[in-house]
Design a protein around this ligand. Sequence first.
Ligand code: CP
Ligand code: NVA
Length: 313
Amino acid sequence: MNKAATKTGKLRHFLQLADLSQSEIQYVLNRASLIKDKFKRYEPHHPLHDRTLAMVFEKASTRTRVSFEAGMYQMGGSVIHLTTTDSQLGRSEPIEDTARVVSRMVDLVMIRTFEQTRIERFAEHSRVPVINGLTNEYHPCQILADIFTFTEHRNDIEGKIVTWVGDANNMAYTWIQAAELLGFTLHVSAPPGYRLDPVRIASVKAGVVKEFSDPNEACIGAHLVTTDVWTSMGYESENEERRKAFADWCVDSEMMSRAAKDALFMHCLPAHRGEEVTAEVIDGPQSVVWDEAENRLHVQKALMEFLLLGRLD
Ligand code: CP
Ligand code: NVA
């Protein structure tokens, strides 16, 4: 057990995108491509034989659960699924104690939870790598899959313009880290009251993020337009206020027409047609949301392999 350390013996966590360097992201995405090709050819790929992944969900999930669970089994390992309600976490066992115990029994942990500090506390007391499966602050696995999807369709993302329309949420802040690491520009348009927190972006290099009050303007020249729900998990009590505030931040054909001719549309899903995006756009020819969702599987397999085995080249 606890065969987690890589060849170099160094324990690596993936709590935010910036925990990987630019070249490590490139390595993981290249590996994902190889793993995806093998999957499509029904070729077995079992580098994690005998390894166990524990998944801890303190919020709901479809894609993250299925992609991690299927991915670990496909790589020869096994999975334990825990939620707040069916574990002692829901009865106030400290996260530090849960980390100490779970990480003595498994090789890898994925957590979806609320505050980033909660996953950081877990990681601090874990003997094995911890992966962020979404927190209030970040959703790094999703952005890895989004970058991979962009690359599959349009090659390198470096030098491109990505437009974020909507809430300055966990996805938006992870896009910012991606833009800094991979060298593209992020246009962001959010309604008043829901814009980026100046404190959180204070150290972002000048020119990486450009903010727009008009979402149509933010889309001008974009190679990728992307959005997310108006209300993220954990903020449901603000639903009504948000519906009013975000009414003009719905990605529609008008916005897409301002973007580059071959611009893609992405959404991490689940989506609400008629709120943050029209059915015409999400179900239209520029949308790659189903590839984007599928790629969670391939990219996370590469990520798990990297965290447990290190670079294999
Ligand atoms: N995009 C995403 O993380 O989906 P789930 O909430 O279904 O896991
Ligand atoms: N921003 C959304 C993403 C869901 C995958 C949320 O946190 O609920």
